[in-house]
Ligand binder design. Structure first.
Ligand code: NAP
Length: 523
């Protein structure tokens, strides 16, 4: 069986000792193995700081952007091969795989464009200069310089290409070398992508390192100029926030964790109109795309009490079209969950809901998958539940079920809808579907502080929106509270995490000379 090596300290290396096996989650066929035991991760981070950092910082923004463009092109060039790996190792349908790989390519391309627009500069200024003394001579200017350490990226299993690419694009453009770790179960796509990047020579030595397998003592080696960006469970995030090197060295940490994303259907939206269909399509897509294993997927569906029967019926009809099975088979619209562990966690989440809600579609997720030997695969079918009220179903607002599961809950007033959305205690994105500006004016500002993004689904955008589940590079991704308190992407905003802001204070002419070649950080 193939062993996936790690790319650290300038070469491909395999660990010794115990290995972990990557599976096809539809068939349980072993695909590859990984081991990172015995690798010197402290030396690898040091290599990034000594070799990768200076090399990346020696490049202008335009040159860093050109490297990102090359990485994006590699994904496009090798798209079919990567799709094949995602279908085999991620349980992804072809559509799911394209979502991940094309999302990665588009994000890299967007940051490549941003790099080109910043041109030959290597330094950024932040805002206008400020007169500090009686005369204009004594002056202040904020500048932004890349942190002199390594950007350590720990990614989740659900987006092996996009998750890795979106973090790497921002850090590399900001001027930091990257040490990236994909989640173990779905590492095949990430591994191949890094192989392609290394073979291409797109990046200088040390700019991209890759750990394929258990992280062992990786985070114990973090130092004060490093940065840590994590996507995954709130439990792991809590551990990482508390480790001594992070606390003791004030290592900045960005966390994307759980999220009980809500969709609210406004009372003005009539059955059958464009906004209603957009809402139904978004809910059904989010439940089933990547088998609901999307951090931005809609988990809670809030509908006016008068409309709840119609909505449940319409959603059940759409879910009825979803063929679950081996994603390698044609006609299959939803694959398995990524691992046996995730299947068991999702089943436990459904069990919690069952005691508080009634079934609308899919019961408790039992399914006979197409094209799979009986008893094989980590499958859970789409499950739509319905609560009599939010108070009768506290689990809905308390536990994320990271699979093809959502619950419909009634509300009666805009104030009640706001209260229900806020019970998620901080999310990545929630959506409100309405054309009533008075209603939107009551709901949207009142839920904004609880989210990193609010999607407004209205008539005029119904035909061109990818839905709330798609993370766009120009907009921030992250959220307060339960969602981890992080913020990624958002165009140039995302680079701030990797940059130190410093106030320069002195003679205006000297400061002007020091910043002569700097670009201004775009809004
Ligand atoms: P996880 O256990 O937190 O793992 C996430 C990443 O952290 C993986 O790369 C994992 O590596 C790594 N990791 C785990 N322990 C670590 C440690 N001590 N030091 C350094 N890295 C460590 O999460 P998961 O099992 O992948 O997913 C569980 C839940 O997380 C889901 O059910 C869902 O609720 C949530 N989730 C959220 C998002 C999001 O985008 N917000 C995405 C996916 C999952 P290994 O894989 O090698 O263990």
């Amino acid at each position: 069986m193939k062993t996936l090596a790690s790319y650290i300290s300038g070469s491909w290396v395999e660990g010794k000792g115990s290995t972990t096996t990557l599976l096809n989650p539809a068939t349980e066929e072993p695909l590859a193995q990984v081991s990172t035991e015995g690798l010197d991760l402290g030396a690898a981070l040091d290599f990034g700081r000594r070799v990768g950092g200076p090399a990346v910082r020696a490049l202008s923004f335009a040159e860093r952007g050109a490297a990102l463009k090359k990485m994006s092109e590699l994904l496009v060039e090798h798209r079919e091969e990567l799709i094949g790996l995602a279908i085999a190792n991620g349980g992804n349908t072809r559509g799911d795989s394209k979502f991940d790989i094309d999302g990665a390519a588009a994000t890299l391309a967007a940051y490549a464009d941003l790099g080109a627009s910043l041109g030959d500069a290597k330094l950024l200024i932040d805002g206008e200069g400020i007169q500090l003394g009686r005369s204009p001579r004594f002056h202040g200017q904020h500048v932004l310089t890349p942190r002199a350490g390594v950007a350590v990226h720990i990614n989740a299993y659900n987006f092996p290409a996009w998750g890795m690419a979106e973090k790497a694009a921002v850090a590399l453009l900001a001027g930091m070398p990257v040490f990236t770790k994909p989640a173990g179960p779905t590492a095949l796509v990430a591994h191949r992508f890094v192989e392609l990047v290394v073979e291409s020579g797109a990046l200088p030595d040390g700019a991209l390192q890759f750990l394929c397998g258990d992280p062992h003592d990786l985070v114990d080696h973090l130092q004060s100029q490093d940065a840590l960006a994590f996507t995954g469970s709130s439990g792991t995030a809590a551990k990482l926030r508390a480790i001594a090197p992070v606390v003791g060295n004030s290592v900045p940490i960005n966390v994307e964790a759980d999220s009980l994303n809500a969709a609210v259907l406004g009372p003005d939206v009539d059955a059958g109109d464009d906004v209603y269909n957009l809402f139904l399509a978004d809910v059904a897509r989010d439940m089933t795309q990547k088998a609901g294993q999307k951090c931005t997927a809609i988990r809670r569906v809030f509908v006016h009490a008068d409309r709840i029967d119609d909505v449940c019926e319409a959603l059940a009809e759409r879910l009825g079209d979803i063929v679950v099975g081996n994603p390698a088979e044609s006609g299959v619209r939803m694959g398995p969950l990524t691992s046996a562990a995730q299947r068991d966690i999702v089943r436990a989440g459904i069990d919690r809901l069952v005691s508080e809600t009634e079934a609308v579609y899919g019961g408790t997720g039992e399914v006979e998958p197409r094209g799979v030997e009986a008893g094989k695969g980590f499958f859970v079918g789409p499950v739509l539940r319905r609560a009599a009220s939010a108070d009768a179903a506290p689990s809905v607002n308390a536990h994320e079920v990271f699979g093809p599961v959502a619950t419909v809950v009634p509300y009666t007033t805009a104030a009640e809808a706001v209260d229900l959305v806020r019970r998620g205690a901080g999310g990545l994105v929630s959506s409100v579907y309405s054309d009533d500006r008075g209603y939107l004016g009551e709901v949207v500002p009142a839920i904004a502080a609880f989210h990193g993004r609010v999607f407004v689904g209205s008539k005029k955008v119904a035909g061109q929106s990818p839905g709330p589940g798609t993370v766009l590079p120009h907009l921030t991704h992250g959220g307060p509270g339960r969602a981890g308190g992080g913020e990624e992407l958002g165009g140039a905003r995302g680079m701030r995490f990797y940059l130190q802001r410093t106030a320069l204070e002195g003679d205006k002419t000297i400061l002007a000379a020091l910043t002569a070649d700097a670009a201004t950080l775009p809004a």
